[in-house]
Design a protein around this ligand. Structure first.
Ligand SMILES: CC/C=C\C/C=C\C/C=C\C/C=C\CC/C=C/C(=O)SCCNC(=O)CCNC(=O)[C@H](O)C(C)(C)COP(=O)(O)OP(=O)(O)OC[C@H]1O[C@@H](n2cnc3c(N)ncnc32)[C@H](O)[C@@H]1OP(=O)(O)O
Ligand SMILES: Cc1cc2nc3c(=O)[nH]c(=O)nc-3n(C[C@H](O)[C@H](O)[C@H](O)COP(=O)(O)OP(=O)(O)OC[C@H]3O[C@@H](n4cnc5c(N)ncnc54)[C@H](O)[C@@H]3O)c2cc1C
Length: 665
């Protein structure tokens, strides 16, 4: 019998009564259509009903090595299940790699993730047709398992500074891979520690005595039978981390390790037999795998945020605390405006991020198809937008997850609440695939270039030409979006003015850039926020939404846009003409009132909205967020699993505490 038939917390039951919109309509919208929802549900039933994929004990109680072994066992079993998946292999794989279904089974991290998320995409994006023919089938069939080894102990961000060398030897037609120092050791690649036997390795290519920059090489690391490291390969795992502990991030050193010439992935650049180097059409094409992951990370972070918001919202409607009206029953904590202020902006953000991520995904596919045909026109815009949204979704996402945790008081601090894991995953995305500050500066570079040269892609068109739109700002949605646009343009102009000021003082361009970093980052962030806000507003203009769904999504959209504006109001002070017009004081009062009204308007639908995410209890993996709201019983049940509760007196009492108690200190 399902939980839904046995118990439902009365407060949650009440929250769910008289829902003015069709929850399924929102579910379908988020899934990408009714058929996709049906497909997802079928897949969830298929995977989550398998007893062998369930945890015998909570993973927290296992050792580092046992956690890895357990997640690897389940990961391998999942791969076997792919064959008979009712949804087909590709959709199943996608679902298993991300923060939804995949993390319900592999809570600590998927030891095979890098194989699918980076190794196969790298082979596809960097390998020639012949190389793909040689390696891809083996990779898909899991005859080999790979990772993406780029970051080194000494360098992650600065790719031109990578130290690993691949020197071409025309006599043997081989590359010799070498780690010339400790800092040259690859450090961080996921799955490298224990799982992978192959890697795409990024190394400085030397041929005919000249360094041609970083290039991708296909490298076998371990024996395919024994899994022992090959001679000349030094390999291991880097140890426990804040989260993602069974992704077995590893280290890797090369001691004059030889690979054949045709293991340079040669789709974009080649080394001929005699050592002649053939350049790519664009040197950044070798970075394409990172661009792909930046795009999917936005979707992944959004899924994680939906989990955190669902847990916190349901819990906040079950939890009763303090006194709102003297003498009355303790209210649901969700009835405090302060709690709504914590939870409704992240709830709105899940929609905003999803819609922006969908746009980015479409841009990625178009740009990638064009690149395959040799047309690189969309590459700068894709790079700019993927950096901007990856940095924005991961940083805002991590902050929102932490707010969700805090909103659950003490119980949010329990490991079983699942907040530590969700946070661990989301904050990791602030660092991996390009540290966020570094990505903001990449975005700023694109914005400054566009503004100065008056040419750029679709996402930066607003920086070209004179500012359009009303000179005064009204409080309609369009008016507020215009305010975002003016702020974004204004901050780019402020950053350019800073750069020019330093230039006039005689500073070299690189120093001027460094000294304008604070402004440059603000401009990049304002640009990213503008994109998200416009995507949200524009998405509501199109599509055949029912009136009730359109109403609630419009409220969320308005709330989100005003929330960010209020949060970032300080930035308006950088844009001088706003202050002159006393916009800050006058308009803000109106918006603050509007914001509070929106909190009250959305509050009654909070549980219905998170229900419409349709996240199964197994995916939420939290006693605080379960559909039935049976929070206290579930917390008790979780505590019962603690190894310290398996006997009434722990053996350490007799060993340590009893002697102390008897010692008369
Ligand atoms: C199937 C999947 C389903 C679900 C999966 C879901 C989610 C994923 C889940 C889990 C993920 C699991 C694990 C995470 C794995 C993590 C892996 C990694 O972290 S791999 C390592 C990533 N490393 C980085 O990102 C390094 C960051 N650094 C850089 O990118 C570059 O060094 C930097 C951009 C900072 C600068 O490069 P540099 O070579 O120094 O460039 P330079 O300054 O000389 O030139 C700038 C010039 O180049 C343009 N440019 C830079 N990068 C790109 C690019 N990628 N594409 C296009 N163009 C680029 C830049 O705009 C500039 O152009 P202009 O000169 O201004 O014209
Ligand atoms: C969970 C996880 C998984 C990972 N998986 C992989 C993987 O599979 N494969 C792989 O190759 N790598 C992987 N990485 C490595 C990751 O890509 C790097 O950690 C990341 O790119 C940041 O590089 P770094 O660690 O060298 O940081 P650093 O670049 O040293 O950053 C340190 C500080 O310096 C600042 N900084 C650096 N450069 C600049 C600049 N130009 N301007 C201003 N500030 C700057 C940064 O903002 C940051 O505050 C992973 C990392 C993590 C955390």
């Amino acid at each position: 019998m399902s939980q839904k038939e046995t118990y439902e917390n009365p407060d949650l039951k009440k929250e769910r009564q008289n829902c003015p919109f069709n929850k399924e309509e929102i579910t379908n919208l988020l899934d990408g259509g009714k058929e996709k929802t049906a497909e997802r549900k079928q897949l969830e039933n298929y995977i989550l009903s398998d007893e062998q994929l369930k945890d015998a004990v909570p993973m927290e109680y296992l050792s580092h090595a046992d956690k890895y072994a357990e997640e690897l066992r389940k990961a391998c079993l999942l791969m076997h299940k792919l064959e008979n998946s009712p949804a087909g292999q590709v959709p199943t794989l996608r679902a298993l790699m991300g923060a939804g279904l995949g993390s319900a089974v592999l809570k600590e991290g998927n030891p095979l993730a890098l194989h699918y998320v980076m190794f196969i995409p790298a082979l596809m994006g960097q390998g020639t047709i012949d190389q793909q023919a040689k390696w891809l089938a083996k990779a898909y069939n899991l005859n080999i398992i790979g990772t993406y080894a780029q970051t080194e102990l000494g360098h992650g961000t600065f790719l031109r500074g990578l130290e690993t060398t691949a020197t071409y030897d025309p006599n043997t037609q081989e590359f010799v891979l070498e780690s010339p120092s400790l800092t040259a050791y690859k450090w961080w690649p996921g799955s490298l520690g224990k799982t992978a036997n192959y890697a795409v390795v990024m190394a400085q290519l030397y041929t005919k005595g000249k360094c041609e920059g970083t290039h991708p090489f296909m490298v076998q690391l371990r024996d395919e039978e024994t899994h022992e490291p090959l001679p000349g390969i030094v390999i291991g795992e880097i140890g426990p981390k804040l989260g993602m502990n069974t992704n077995d991030n590893g280290y890797l050193g090369f001691e004059k390790f030889r690979i054949p010439r045709d293991q340079l992935l040669m789709k974009h650049s080649q080394v001929l037999e005699d050592g002649t180097y053939v350049k790519p059409t664009n040197s950044k094409l070798s970075y394409a795998t990172m661009v792909f992951v930046r795009v999917v990370v936005c979707q992944d972070v959004t899924t994680n945020l939906r989990k955190a918001v669902t847990i916190a919202t349901r819990y906040s409607c079950v939890r009763r605390q303090s006194e709102l009206k003297p003498g009355d029953r303790e209210p649901q904590v969700m009835d405090y405006q302060a709690q709504q202020n914590k939870l409704l902006p992240p709830l709105a953000a899940t929609f905003a991020f999803q819609l922006a991520s969908d746009h980015l995904w479409n841009l990625y596919n178009t740009a990638n198809n064009n690149i395959e045909q040799g047309d690189l026109e969309l590459l700068p815009d894709l790079h700019g937008l993927s950096c901007a949204l990856k940095a924005l979704c991961s940083s805002e996402g991590a902050n929102f997850v932490e707010v969700c945790r805090q909103s659950c008081g003490g119980h949010g601090y329990m490991a079983c609440s699942n907040f530590p894991r969700i946070y661990g995953q989301v904050t990791a995305a602030e660092t991996y695939e390009g540290e966020n500050t570094v990505l903001w500066l990449q975005v700023a570079r694109y914005l400054v270039k566009t503004r100065k040269e008056q040419t750029g892609g679709l996402s930066v068109k607003y920086l070209i030409g004179e500012e359009k739109g009303p000179k005064t700002v009204d409080t309609t949605l369009e008016g507020i979006v215009h305010l975002y646009r003016r702020t974004a343009v204004g901050l780019v102009d402020v950053a350019i003015a800073e750069l020019e000021k330093s230039g006039r003082k005689g500073e070299a361009p690189h120093d001027a850039w460094n000294h304008a970093a604070v402004y440059l980052i603000k401009a990049a962030q304002a640009h990213a926020r503008l994109f998200v806000v416009e995507s949200f507003v524009n998405s509501l203009k199109v599509g055949n939404l029912s009136a009730p769904v359109r109403t609630v999504l419009s409220q969320l959209c308005e709330l989100f846009i005003i929330y960010w504006l209020l949060e970032r109001s300080g930035e308006l002070f950088f844009v001088r003409q706003f202050i002159k017009k006393r916009l800050v004081t006058v308009e803000f009062q109106v918006r603050t009132l509007l914001y509070v009204k929106l909190l009250a308007a959305i509050r009654p639908q909070a549980v219905n909205l998170v229900d419409s995410f349709d996240l199964r209890d197994e995916i939420l993996a939290s006693p605080l967020g379960c559909w039935d709201g049976n929070v206290y019983q579930r917390l008790f049940d979780e505590a019962a699993k603690s190894p310290l509760n398996q006997s009434s007196v722990h053996e350490s009492f007799h060993k340590y505490l009893k002697p102390l108690l008897k010692s008369n200190l």
